[in-house]
Ligand binder design. Structure first.
Ligand SMILES: NC(=O)C1=CN([C@@H]2O[C@H](COP(=O)(O)OP(=O)(O)OC[C@H]3O[C@@H](n4cnc5c(N)ncnc54)[C@H](O)[C@@H]3O)[C@@H](O)[C@H]2O)C=CC1
Ligand SMILES: C[N+](C)(C)CC(=O)CC(=O)[O-]
Length: 495
């Protein structure tokens, strides 16, 4: 816990605005100062897109939005803040002036972060009376979705400043990376600039258009980089001999004239016009806000897909997303033993964006996933655990009848209610009803036959006495309940 509840953002443009969204969606109150009279209007547009993206990224419980207030002076913004995120234009003298003013008005214990893309924190903190609280927190656009934040200390930065910063940004769902050596442009922009320089040369030299270069990226290595970095990707590219072979084969090429290395093309009016015109043609009439939406929806889809990888544990940015989502989940109240005389509400789910199909609704196999998870919850209740599995006993589902009754829309919260129809110590016949929590509509039902099995022989067996008694007790408790109309129904076609 960092105790940071109130933040100030100085400069509410592309990056400052992104920070406002990231902070507010994590429940922090934000004061914003920006001298541009249009800043509040521009921020409103950005916040609308950010809210749309965050709802899709975190379909489950989200924190209550923090309060965002535009103020008319830097002093007003910072005097009450626990942390100040400076996001003003990338000019050293301007930033030094702003940081000195922040320093003069902020509380002595407040932390000060700069969003600079590449200026050195040792230079930024020169005019500050309390330079030990200044650090760089360099984000990536859009700040409200992309998780990495590079943390860089200057000569005068206190080590505990960086430690608090790490905890603070991690709690916002970000991946703080402490850049241990203070270098210009840090790590991300050093890499990006190398690529950007080459792209500028390729347009300058009429080798390719802006669109063709973007196609090279998005149809090839851009896809790889969302999930593995350059070293891991190239390790695999080395075949079974891995990185050593890769370096032996492609190492010499580094000395060939493949790249323009450090040269930068002159940004003449002609080159700027050429790139801007090509970029306009590529946008094909879409506004920046339209493009932001498309980019954000794609980023959410990628991160959610990565969250489902590695057997559900998630991979890369997806694993981070899972950790963040779990940290947001309301701590469940200690569960009372369920009332087994009624159908059992043992499983809930939220319809995730990646569950939707081309009709925009929960796709058919996700219904079965929800029902399967509810079956697992029932089996856990009656005693299927790691010990039973290790002893070679389990349950297999041998027959299912699923009825799709209503559309599950992204964000819908579902509850599964489970009724035991019968049990003979070997077989367990159950009936699930999935209900939409908001509308009360029954979304689907599932009837399933499960067999208790010896997993070594793969044969159905009678349950051990304790398990058999639990199954019988549950079946007896539900015997008095009305049997659902759909139970035992076959798939029919009215004539
Ligand atoms: N745009 C990007 O992709 C990224 C930018 N950054 C860094 O974030 C910082 C801000 O960049 P952007 O948001 O892109 O620029 P921007 O031009 O979109 O926003 C800068 C904002 O600062 C305001 N401003 C100007 N003078 C000010 C003052 N004296 N006090 C307070 N606010 C003032 C402007 O009105 C403007 O709204 C820079 O340091 C930049 O290097 C970091 C990561 C990515
Ligand atoms: C172009 N840029 C240097 C401002 C880029 C960044 O700093 C990071 C990003 O979001 O690409």
């Amino acid at each position: 816990m960092t105790g940071i509840r109130k933040v100030a953002v100085i400069g509410g443009g592309v990056i400052g605005g992104g920070w406002v969204a990231r902070f507010a969606q994590n429940g922090l109150d934000v004061a914003v100062y920006d001298p541009d009279p249009q800043a509040e209007r521009k921020l409103a547009g950005l916040m609308e897109n950010a809210a749309h993206a965050f709802a899709a990224l975190i379909p489950g419980d989200r924190p209550v939005f923090g309060k965002v207030t535009f103020v008319s002076s830097m002093r007003e913004a910072v005097e009450d803040a626990d942390l100040i995120q400076e996001s003003a234009p990338e000019q050293l003298a301007l930033k030094q002036k702003i940081l000195a003013e922040i320093d003069a008005h902020a509380r002595a214990d407040a932390l000060v972060a700069s969003s600079t893309s590449g200026l050195l924190p040792s230079d930024l903190q020169q005019a500050m009376r309390r330079p030990e609280r200044l650090f760089v927190a360099h984000p990536f656009n859009p700040v409200y979705l992309v998780p990495l934040v590079e943390l860089v200390a200057g000569n005068a930065t206190a080590p505990e400043t960086i430690e608090t910063a790490k905890a603070f940004y991690a709690a916002l769902g970000m991946k703080p990376l402490h850049v241990r050596k203070e270098i210009d442009a840090f790590i991300g922009d050093r890499l990006l600039e190398a690529l950007w320089r080459e792209a500028l040369w390729l347009v300058n030299d009429d080798v390719a258009t802006a669109e063709e270069i973007d196609d090279v990226i998005r149809y090839s290595f851009g896809l790889r980089w969302a999930q593995m970095g350059i070293f891991q990707v190239y390790r695999i590219a080395g075949g079974e001999a891995g990185m050593r072979h890769f370096m032996a084969q492609f190492g010499p090429c580094l000395k060939w004239p493949w790249t323009k290395l450090m040269d930068v093309p002159d940004l003449t009016d002609a080159l700027v016009d050429k790139i801007s015109d090509q970029s306009d043609a590529q946008a094909d009439g879409l506004s920046i806000r339209d493009l932001e939406r498309i980019r954000d929806d794609n980023l959410v889809a990628i991160m959610r897909a990565l969250a489902g990888q590695a057997g559900g544990a998630g991979w890369g940015a997806g694993e981070l997303l899972n950790t963040y989502e779990a940290s947001l989940a309301v701590t469940p109240l200690p569960k009372a033993a369920p009332d087994i005389t009624r159908p059992l509400d043992l499983h809930t789910a939220t319809v995730l964006p990646e569950w939707a199909d081309y009709n925009g609704h929960m796709t058919e196999y996700r219904y079965l996933q929800v029902l399967g998870d509810a079956t697992d919850a029932l089996l856990a209740l009656i005693g299927l655990d790691a010990e039973m599995l290790a002893s070679g006993r389990s349950f297999y589902t041998v027959e299912s009848h699923l009825r799709h009754l209503a559309e599950g829309k992204v964000g819908d919260k579902l509850t599964v209610s489970t009724q035991v129809l019968s049990s003979d110590g070997k077989r367990l016949r159950i009936f699930h009803t999935i209900t939409n929590d908001t509308t009360g509509d029954v979304v689907a039902t599932g009837e399933h036959m499960l067999l208790h099995v010896d997993t070594t022989s793969g044969k159905a067996v009678t349950a051990e006495p304790a398990l058999g008694e639990t199954m019988a007790k549950l079946a007896a408790a539900h015997a008095g309940l009305a049997v659902p109309d759909a139970a035992g129904r076959a798939v029919g076609q009215p004539r």
